[in-house]
Design a protein around this ligand. Structure first.
Ligand SMILES: [Zn+2]
Length: 277
């Protein structure tokens, strides 16, 4: 997982309180503000309004922010969902809130993984009327920080954490673990989303295997040529691991490989083999 920045000055228009378009006549009869009030009044998420949070403008903006990659596993997949950080089944009043919407792949968001799981350290908020006072709908797109302080979620949110990739470490086989073994949030996130599922480990390991093949398998006439080749391959690996500018998948992993010794170890073996020749 890596951190992403969401723009709160320009919230997609389908989430504005006045907005009202599409759908059946019955649905167009109400604005977002009315829909939110209805959901709160009924104390449950209303599937009739479900076109709202996955409106194409919202999907488009999330795709831009997340570079079309899943917020959790960092892959671009054929089926990507507009996903609720706090699940809409429990936090029904946040179903159409900008700071509660992420982009996630069908696997991470699927049943058995994230789905409606949302572990918290403190007590979960069960009603929009905290302290018995009415919810302030003017803040509906921006409740996350306030709620985080109260609940202390155990699921990491890429939009609320700085430099999130430092929270995770990896091994040579693509296995992910918390960098700090006491980091309960990183641990729970790995467990809930199943970030060590086989397909992810295999895909991450392949990045290292490909790099290894490119430097160790290369036929060269002398050490100078090997050095030039290795420098070039290293540069390519670094470029693809650039957290700010790269569009590649698995950036947390790639950065770890480049910065935490895995790349160096492989290079060392390449030169070791060359010495033996
Ligand atoms: Zn995913």
């Amino acid at each position: 997982m890596i951190s992403v920045k969401k723009d709160f000055e320009n919230i997609p228009y389908p989430l504005s309180k006045e907005h009202c378009e599409n759908g059946t006549q019955e649905r167009t009869a109400t604005t977002n503000e009315d829909r939110r009030k209805t959901v709160i009044e009924n104390e449950q998420y209303d599937d009739n309004f479900n076109d709202r949070y996955k409106h194409k403008e919202i999907r488009k903006e999330l795709g831009r922010i997340y570079k079309e990659k899943c917020a959790f596993c960092e892959q671009n997949q054929e089926i990507m969902h507009v996903e609720h950080y706090r699940p809409k089944t429990k936090y029904y009043w946040l179903a159409f809130s900008w700071d509660n919407l992420l982009l996630a792949c069908a696997k991470c968001n699927g049943s058995g993984n994230k789905a409606s799981h949302f572990p918290v350290e403190n007590t979960a908020i069960v009603s929009p009327k905290i302290d018995c006072s009415d919810i302030d709908l003017s803040k509906i797109n921006n409740f996350c920080k306030e709620y985080d302080e109260l609940e202390k979620p155990l699921l990491l949110n890429p939009e609320q954490e700085e430099d999130l990739h430092f929270r995770f470490s990896f091994d040579r086989n693509g296995e992910i673990c918390p960098t700090n073994s006491n980091d309960e949030q990183a641990k729970q996130t790995i467990d809930v989303i199943k970030l060590n599922r086989d397909s992810l480990k295999i895909a991450r390991k392949k990045i290292i295997d490909d790099f290894e093949k490119s430097v160790i398998g290369k036929k060269v006439k002398d050490k100078g040529e090997l050095r030039r080749h290795v420098m070039h391959e290293m540069e390519m690996l670094r470029e693809k691991a650039d957290i700010q500018n790269s569009d590649e998948n698995f950036l947390a992993f790639r950065t770890y490989v480049v910065n935490e010794g895995i790349m160096k170890q492989i290079i060392k073996s390449a030169f070791g083999q060359s010495n033996q020749k």
